[in-house]
Design a protein around this ligand. Structure first.
Ligand code: CR1
Length: 842
């Protein structure tokens, strides 16, 4: 790499290179310099937010240096890269992570202290980067951390939304959405005003003949929008690799505004054009597991996909390799179907712009792409109307039809005369209007399709994609069980536990090989260790109790059992069952004689999560939780025995406080609906137990940690269809008596106007109970009572927690990314001598 600098200048350049901070002094010098010059602030009124800004800039300088070196190394090595295309990257805060990953947090802590700041307060100044909805976006963020930590040459590609997921406020018990404008100060991005791509929309296709007599398709006219690259450096943990996350921002192609219009006096409309272009990357759609089919969303998808592919192809072409080697240099992973147009776009580039024959191009395309499915919920499976695609992307629609034609011909050859099959697997759904089924296109255009947990990967093969298993054979489909990064979700979120584990397992090796946690099995009887373990959990609960007090005004007792359900609000995740269970508990306590009542285990029920703004039922659920809290928390008979809190605006940085403080977390989706879940892994890794259904990754967690360490309940996935059928057709739907009592209490008006909750009740009682709340309620209550019993025996409980943590090694996103690298991407780490201390402690 160094040899690329011409000899005469080399020495000067190398001499003045920016490096890691040599010592505390070096760090302080940089902070002060940024305060005074970059921020133009006086040293004498530097507040916490300025200290954060300067500290972030100081670390950013180091990261970008590593970023540069990494990119040069990867280019010189000419190795295969993976490109992870995701519409969501739910990154959270970056400073703490950057300090830990480069191993200089201790130094920063000491330096900030000398300058008069507590590092915790400085870290908290940062605004979360919340460019995602929930699990899918956070998974992408964990993957970036693992890719860099494993030295894999990888880029993420996404959109630079001006507004991330909305901020949630709770006003009078209702959710109110507030825009999340997060870009006022974002030191973690580097605008690349020189890296731009013109993206075309609308227009029409004209056929012509080239010199050799071949027909060529020209996509002409329409509208052009400019994509501008913003780069976010992604440091690996204790590695020299700093990968890139490239986010695209939209701008009018014509520059600031249309000067012709401006000169003719039409100033306003010239600015309007500019604004229209900027709208494309303005806002993240706030739906989790729901497809709304809005035109602007399709525009976002194409804008992002086209810019990313242009970039990838440009990089490949520099290598001057023949096209057939493209899949040997490039792997592209589609995070759900959102980037599926990339398949069509690459085919278009190859045949229309590069002049390849259809078959040769298609071969390249299929060998390049892999597709990850994240859901079987029908309302989340993307479909776009043919007229909409025709209008926005006329050439792409032609190519989609052609892909479909060749595919259906191959099906006809294999299964002659099977018209039902042809209809069922066609990319085009024969509806009014016709629809393009994006998942089918993604399967046909990829060489591997994977689900995200074992049950889910089995389900896609036997339900929604079963015909494709028949056509392509089972080998095209595989499972890669999700994982989480232990750097953020243990080391950063729970530093004391991380240090305790390090002291017992021979250092911080478990942070890069999580299976080393199994060494904790030897400590189960170590009294001192167990005591410290319990103290850490208690301290984390005290920290959360303080947060609850500040956020809601409710005082909770840290000795109570903390029962947590934090995730997006969705009927399939069944927060309604949880709150019905809380009401049931309340009624049971109320019915007890006071002496008897005092023997019960005190509990704090903690909820958090956003409802999609248009999801009426989810908003009702939030309202009921708050209404129940208002009654229960002020009931003198109940006191500390039961508290119910809803923490507003659940996000990544709040998760880092909540998760380490949980005793019990709830993962109680209707069996077969939660593809994986990833917070389940985070809770167990932080020494909490789970109450859950046999769904998603709960099943594999049980396999790893042992059935005696998890509270499973409820019907199994294979029973769901029959139960639903019985509800609807055989009217065999009798609501459980405990649940009936809950409904009656709500209808009596105990928790406010009954009308407000009528929808939630009638969904269960009158409309078929699609999510089987009634079927699982009794077993849920019985299991919750068992939890109370077991929590009374704290020694046994702690043993279960330690054993569980010891057995969580499998759920590292490093394991997960290694599986993708081997089985799907065929890429290898780019090993280099580490040039910074690996994983220094905090
Ligand atoms: C699933 O609902 C899973 C994440 C990440 C979500 C959740 O169970 O853990 O993906 N699916 O794989 C999703 O958002 C659009 O689908």
């Amino acid at each position: 790499v160094e040899a690329s600098i011409p000899e005469p200048q080399r020495e000067a350049w190398l001499k003045h290179q920016v490096g890691a901070f040599k010592d505390k002094d070096g760090f302080e010098r940089e902070v002060v310099r940024h305060v005074e010059t970059t921020l133009a602030r006086s040293l004498f009124n530097c507040d916490e937010s300025a200290a954060y800004a300067a500290c972030a800039l100081a670390f950013r300088d180091r990261l970008i240096l590593e970023w540069n070196r990494t990119q040069q190394r990867q280019t010189f090595a000419d190795s295969k890269r993976v490109y992870y295309l995701s519409l969501e990257f739910l990154m959270g805060r970056a400073l703490d992570n950057a300090m830990l990953n480069v191993g200089q947090k201790d130094l920063a802590k000491a330096g900030l202290a000398e300058l008069g700041f507590r590092i915790e307060d400085v870290i908290q100044q940062e605004h979360d980067a919340a460019l995602g909805n929930g699990g899918l976006g956070r998974l992408a963020a964990c993957f970036l951390d693992s890719l860099a930590s494993l030295n894999l040459p990888a880029w993420g590609y996404g959109l630079r939304y001006r507004y991330g997921i909305f901020k949630q406020e709770i006003i009078d018990g209702y959710q109110v959405e507030v825009p999340d404008y997060w870009l006022d100060f974002n030191p973690w991005e580097f605008p690349r005003h020189d890296v731009t791509v013109d993206i075309q929309f609308y227009g029409s296709v004209r056929k012509s003949t080239d010199d050799s007599g071949k027909t060529v398709c020209n996509w002409e006219g329409g509208e052009t929008v400019k994509a501008v690259a913003y780069d976010v450096p992604i440091p690996g943990y204790g590695t020299p690799t700093t990968n890139n996350l490239r986010l695209w921002s939209s701008k009018a192609a014509s520059g600031e505004f249309d000067f012709q219009k401006f000169n003719s006096g039409d100033y306003e409309s010239s600015v309007a054009d500019q604004q229209r272009a900027e709208t494309i990357s303005a806002v993240l759609y706030p739906n989790d597991n729901l497809d709304r089919g809005k035109e602007l969303r399709l525009k976002q998808q194409y804008f992002w996909v086209a810019a990313s592919l242009y970039d990838i192809v440009r990089r490949f072409k520099k290598s001057k390799r023949p096209w057939k080697e493209f899949p040997e240099q490039v792997a592209i992973q589609l995070n759900d179907t959102h980037p599926t147009l990339a398949i069509v776009e690459l085919q278009r580039i190859l045949i229309d712009l590069e002049g390849l024959e259809w078959d040769e191009a298609w071969n390249i395309v299929v060998n390049t792409f892999g597709y990850t499915n994240h859901t079987v919920l029908p309302e989340a499976l993307e479909k776009w109307s043919v007229p909409l695609i025709q209008h926005l992307l006329p050439r792409h629609l032609q190519i989609i039809y052609e892909i479909n034609l060749y595919f259906l011909q191959s099906v006809e050859t294999k299964f002659p005369g099977d018209r039902d099959l042809l209809r069922d697997v066609s990319i085009i759904e024969e509806a009014q209007p016709k629809m393009v089924r994006m998942a089918f296109l993604a399967i046909i255009g990829s060489h591997k399709v994977n689900g995200v947990a074992e049950l889910h990967s089995d389900l896609i093969k036997t339900t929604i994609f079963k015909d494709f298993v028949k056509i392509f054979g089972p080998d095209k489909f595989t499972n890669v069980t999700n994982g989480i990064t232990p750097r953020r979700w243990l080391h950063q979120a729970n530093p004391r536990l991380s240090e305790l584990i390090a002291s017992k397992t021979g250092g911080h090796g478990f942070l890069t090989d999580l299976t080393e946690l199994n060494r904790l099995e030897n400590c189960i009887h170590d009294k001192k260790f167990r005591k410290e373990w319990a103290e850490i959990k208690y301290a984390n609960k005290v920290r959360l109790a303080k947060h609850i007090k500040a956020a809601t005004g409710v005082t909770v007792n840290p000795s109570a059992l903390f029962d947590v359900q934090v995730k997006r609000i969705h009927e399939y995740k069944r927060q309604q069952m949880n709150i019905f269970g809380v009401i049931h508990r309340y009624l049971t306590l109320k019915a007890m004689a006071p002496e008897q009542r005092q023997k019960e285990m005190p509990r704090v029920s903690i909820f958090g999560g956003k409802a999609a703004p248009g999801y009426w039922m989810a908003k009702q659920i939030i309202h009921l939780i708050n209404s129940v809290g208002a009654v229960v928390n002020n009931d003198k008979d109940i006191g500390d025995l039961l508290k119910v809190v809803f923490l507003e605006d659940y996000n990544v940085s709040k998760a880092e406080i909540i998760i380490p403080a949980s005793d019990l977390s709830e993962h109680i989706s209707t069996a077969g609906t939660e593809a994986s879940g990833t917070s389940n892994m985070k809770f167990v890794l932080n020494g909490g137990l789970i109450i859950g259904t046999c769904d998603g990754a709960n099943i594999e967690i049980t396999r790893e940690i042992g059935g005696q360490n998890i509270f499973l309940f409820g019907h199994l996935a294979e029973e769901v269809e029959d139960l639903r059928h019985a509800h609807v057709y055989e009217k065999q739907h009798s609501v459980d008596s405990g649940l009936k009592a809950v409904f009656e209490e709500i209808e009596k008006g105990t928790f406010g106007t009954p009308q407000d909750f009528a929808g939630m009740i009638s969904a269960v009682r009158d409309h078929g109970d699609f999510y089987l709340v009634s079927d699982d309620f009794q077993s849920y209550i019985v299991t919750q009572n068992l939890v109370d019993q077991e929590y009374l025996n704290q020694e046994e409980w702690i043993t279960k927690c330690i054993k569980s943590v010891a057995r969580m090694g499998f759920f590292s996103s490093d394991r997960c990314i290694n599986e993708y690298a081997e089985e799907i991407w065929n890429i290898e780490p780019l090993k280099v001598e580490a040039n910074r201390p690996a994983g220094q402690t905090s």
